[in-house]
Design a protein around this ligand. Structure first.
Ligand code: ADP
Ligand code: ADP
Length: 228
């Protein structure tokens, strides 16, 4: 879906606004990177988008509809969130991925795990996908948990995916590969919003630079380089 932020203001604390009258537009099916320094407001933008918090002022529109008028279930169906610190269910890896879409086939689960670059590592465990998280030495790193969450979200296949990598647990190479796999899998169908401290995002259609709760710069990768 397309996303419009219309004069959004938001504060966690009345003395300090996290977002200051911010407006921008994300066309349907595009990959958008939110970049900028830590504390700039990137995560807050994502939280408002899936209504973890309600906006202080302004409107957020998804496909032209104010999200306050959309049913919570319907909003959850249309948005997949990969948070920075993923908490997995204390269940098997298979269960954790399959949760994204309980109607998916086994083959689809493996395909999503491959795309999220976790398939080989899981197969290295004695019972692979049937090992429970935290059991028999299956301790997943922060990055691996995030990859399980990415596989789950790929399986869910929602029209909008939010990926919060603000302080990513993934190394740069893995990060790029996953971003690439995500944007390829979802090409033109899924609106992908990635929050990241650095503009390592290679194939974003649009980059929004967020600083002090404002959009300080926006454009394609090439446009921003020309300005710099
Ligand atoms: P970014 O994702 O770009 O690092 P955030 O959206 O996390 O930025 O933060 C924007 C501002 O809101 C910062 O000043 C930050 O300290 C503040 N903030 C973020 N989350 C919370 C929270 N849960 N409670 C209070 N303040 C917060
Ligand atoms: P669903 O089963 O449809 O994914 P959930 O209730 O699990 O619905 O949540 C909807 C989305 O919102 C999920 O992708 C989940 O990761 C995300 N989400 C829910 N609560 C939080 C939270 N506190 N912080 C970050 N993301 C959250």
């Amino acid at each position: 879906g397309s996303v419009i932020f219309e004069n959004i203001g938001f504060s966690y604390d009345p003395r300090n606004s996290a977002l200051k009258d911010i407006s921008f537009e994300i066309p349907k099916g595009k990959t958008v990177a939110l970049v900028g320094p830590s504390g700039g407001g990137k995560s807050t933008i994502l939280r408002l988008l899936f209504r973890f918090y309600d906006v202080g002022s302004g409107r957020i529109l998804i496909d032209g509809q104010d999200i306050r008028l959309v049913k919570q279930e319907s909003l959850r169906r249309s948005i997949g969130v990969v948070p920075q610190d993923t908490v997995l269910f204390n269940e098997t890896i298979y269960y954790n991925i399959h949760y994204g879409n309980v109607n998916a086939s086994e083959e689809e689960v493996y395909k999503a795990a491959k795309a999220a670059q976790i398939h080989d590592r899981i197969l290295n465990f004695p019972d692979g996908y049937e090992t429970r998280v935290g059991e028999r030495g299956l301790r997943l790193s922060g990055g691996e948990k995030q990859r399980v969450a990415i596989a789950r979200t790929m399986l869910k296949d929602p029209p909008i995916i939010l990926l919060d990598e603000a302080t990513s647990a993934l190394d740069t190479t893995t990060e790029r590969q996953i971003q690439y796999a995500l944007s390829n899998m979802t090409k033109d169908r899924t609106t992908l919003v990635i929050a990241h401290r650095l503009s390592t995002i290679i194939n974003a259609d649009l980059i929004l630079c967020i600083k002090d709760g404002q959009v300080v710069e926006q454009g394609s990768h090439d446009e921003l380089i020309q300005k710099a």
